[in-house]
Ligand binder design. Structure first.
Ligand code: SF4
Length: 705
């Protein structure tokens, strides 16, 4: 890779990947697109991970799609003109809706889309297609955290405080998160916290890189998160270290919780969680003595069929410790996808309208109808959540045609083989992407779209900071932006008057009006204001408002203004190990890959670092199964089989196997994961299911292929 010294003419923009949205400077050297960290952006302060440094490689990649593709009568995908592709889409949509009704066409979005795309995709579904069935892959990411935050605080902003608060917390409980691998520049804040004498307690079944850097590591049994939280709260009560003044002044519902917490005495908690009583007692004492305690959760606790209850249990703990809403303390969740925050606010969810409004709220519907210029009754009601939408594709009552943007569910959805089968059952699958992802390869129509640095838009990072992602270069000839694609399809469907935007900024201007008065109020944020500063925190309700870095300083967004406790219990995972499937399977990410890997698997340096998934197995477990380090292993659950290379490590519990989910085909671990859904968030249980492992054989390889 050529060396790169950024100049004043290089473009300041943001990394295309995770929710940290690192500031970057993008330029060219030796005719290659190159990237450096932007020290002026106050979140990453110039630091980048390997994914960010190499992100320029995707822009001129030879695999880029440069022309629409249409499925031909012989079953192959062939190049076509934009007119041919758009005609095919419109004919397919009309035929489907005439035969099965408006809701038989579905829309599936993504948590990496800009706010403008998210907003326009939700509007496209409701106004251009008239369908209620729109949801997105963020349902698989942040929905449990969001559901719990709304229950407890009345609002869902992942971190309700700036990320820099992490550095000044004196004791942090970090649950189900491994930022040392997934978000390395975030570690500078944990490092500063430790350097200032702070304590970091990590809760994770694996001894991850993050856990290795911690003061304490609580190695819980997968799926026992709520029991850990309840057990720690039991000890706080026993030790008298609950913040009674905070409970009295700023919360409600604690008395209902007392009886539940009484049943989580240490011996029971140890039995359920596998964490020795002495470690629980030590952690509770550290937390109880903290002056600025902080509790952070992430996907480990959230991607479960009881994900909302898990998060509520940790919110209970954080509230009992007090100071939530004050600087350097409180509860937060660490968002994963690039626009995981904005993506869940602007209306691409089945039950939601822009501004984090509920689609079943008459006042919200009336407001959005007035912004969209349509009668309120034209806005459909709530539709199916992501997995339910995918599960019912091609069946009676399910969607028959799907418009998919910014997602690759063949790799990222649970029970992926089944999802692939349902995608094949559609009458029409339209995919917009810049590479031929595993899902795009199944499509009837593939539309080539512009990438991050080729278009303008806003993103909202893990702090709720809205940032401007600037355009640095033109897209390749033949490629259109997602916004242009949505406008073109809407035009051909006869709804063009509602989709006449000159550019992304014009979409944002309408988004501002749509969010005005909503929970996630962006109405005081403009491109001009974002140009002049390094992002603005929502809510920002007026042109002279400076945004809200800390949203709970005075009150919570509940009717009473108080945070609510919830009396939640630990429930067993939907599937526990048994004689046939004797181990826990848990999944996650690695440093050099991002989500379904559509981009990062194509970056040479990243592919060299992790060319395939490694199954982390304890040596004792491997010996019993006859598995050698570095050998291929077959993993099987009730939903299918997958192949990975064994990495024997004592950093994982003997009863658990970890496999990252970035690959497709027979290396897809999501072929195995369990689509049991959380009753509130509809989050699938990615993080826990029962698995068996065995040495891979050629016969198995043929069978699982
Ligand atoms: S992937 Fe995330 S942590 Fe890495 S450079 Fe990009 S935004 Fe930063």
């Amino acid at each position: 890779m050529p060396t790169f010294a950024p100049t004043a003419t290089d473009t300041e923009t943001h990394c295309p990947y995770c929710a940290f949205q690192c500031g970057i400077r993008l330029g060219t050297a030796d005719d290659e697109v190159v990237v450096a960290g932007n020290p002026a952006f106050p979140v990453n302060k110039g630091a980048l991970c390997i994914k960010g440094f190499t992100s320029g490689e995707t822009l001129r990649h030879p695999d880029r799609l440069r022309t629409p593709l249409l499925r031909t009568s012989d079953g192959t995908l062939a190049p076509a003109t934009w007119d041919e592709a758009l005609d095919r889409i419109v004919a397919g949509v009309r035929a489907t809706q005439e035969s099965y009704g408006p809701h038989a066409v579905g829309v599936f979005g993504g948590g990496s889309l800009t706010n403008e795309k998210t907003y326009l995709l939700g509007k496209f579904a409701r106004v251009a297609l008239g369908t209620r069935n729109v949801d997105y892959n963020g349902r698989f990411c942040m929905s449990s955290a969001g559901g719990a935050s709304i229950k407890a605080f009345g609002v869902d902003r992942g971190l309700p405080f700036p990320v820099e608060d992490i550095a000044k917390a004196d004791v942090i409980l970090l649950v189900g998160s491994n930022p040392a691998e997934t978000m390395p520049p975030l570690m500078q804040y944990f490092g500063a916290q430790r350097a200032a004498g702070g304590t970091l307690i990590v809760v994770d079944p694996r001894r991850t890189l993050t856990a290795q850097s911690a003061t304490m590591h609580l190695r819980l049994t997968p799926g026992s998160d709520a029991a850990v939280a309840n057990g720690l709260l039991h000890l706080l009560l026993r030790d008298g270290t609950v913040d009674q003044a905070f409970l009295a002044d700023r919360t409600e519902g604690f008395e209902e919780l007392r009886g539940v917490i009484a049943t989580y005495w240490p011996e029971r908690t140890e039995k359920v969680t596998g964490i020795p009583e002495a470690e629980l007692v030590k952690a509770a004492r550290l937390l109880g003595a903290a002056k600025r305690p902080m509790v952070l959760t992430a996907r480990g606790a959230e991607q479960q069929a009881q994900g909302v209850n898990n998060v509520l249990a940790f919110i209970n703990l954080a509230l009992a410790l007090g100071r939530h809403g004050q600087p350097f303390a409180g509860f937060g969740t660490i968002t994963g996808q690039g626009n995981g925050q904005g993506g869940r606010e602007q209306g691409q969810k089945a039950d939601q309208l822009p501004g984090y409004r509920r689609i079943d709220d008459p006042a919200a519907r009336a407001h959005i109808a007035s912004v969209w210029g349509i009668p309120e009754e034209e806005i459909p009601g709530p539709g199916r959540s992501a997995y339910e939408l995918l599960d019912e594709m091609g069946r009676e009552g399910g969607v028959r045609a799907l418009f998919l943007m910014g997602s690759n569910p063949v790799v990222s959805a649970p029970r992926a083989l089944h999802v692939e089968e349902r995608l094949r059952a559609l009458d029409l699958l339209v995919v917009t992407d810049f590479f031929l992802s595993e899902t795009a390869a199944l499509a009837d129509v593939v539309l080539p779209s512009a990438q991050w640095a080729e278009e303008e838009g806003t993103m909202t990072n893990l702090e709720g900071r809205v940032i401007l992602r600037r355009r640095a270069m033109d897209p390749p000839a033949g490629v259109r932006t997602d916004l242009e694609i949505l406008m073109a399809v809407a035009e051909r469907l006869g709804r063009g008057e509602h989709f006449a935007f000159a550019n992304a900024e014009a979409v944002f201007e309408e988004l501002r009006r749509a969010t005005a008065g909503g929970v996630a109020d962006y109405s005081g944020i403009s491109y001009d204001r974002l140009e002049a500063r390094q992002g603005m925190f929502w809510p920002c309700p007026t042109d002279d408002h400076d945004g809200t870095p800390r949203i709970f300083a005075d009150h919570f967004a509940t009717p009473s203004g108080r945070a609510r406790f919830h009396a939640v219990r630990h429930e067993s995972p939907a599937e526990e190990p048994d004689a046939s499937y004797p181990l826990y399977l848990t999944t996650g990410r690695v440093m050099s890959q991002y989500q379904s890997g559509t981009q990062t698997r194509r970056v040479a340096q990243l592919a060299r670092l992790t060319p395939e998934p490694l199954a982390e197995i304890n040596p004792n477990t491997a010996r019993r199964a006859g598995i050698l380090d570095g050998a291929l292993v077959t993993l099987t659950t009730r939903r299918g089989s997958s192949t990975a290379r064994a990495k024997l490590t004592r950093d994982i519990r003997e009863d658990t196997v970890f496999v990252p989910f970035h690959w497709g085909g027979t290396a897809s671990i999501n072929r195995l994961t369990n689509p049991a859904l959380d009753p509130t968030s509809r989050m699938p249980e990615f993080k826990v299911c029962a698995v068996k492992i065995e040495p891979h054989s050629v016969r198995q390889g043929a069978k699982s292929a």
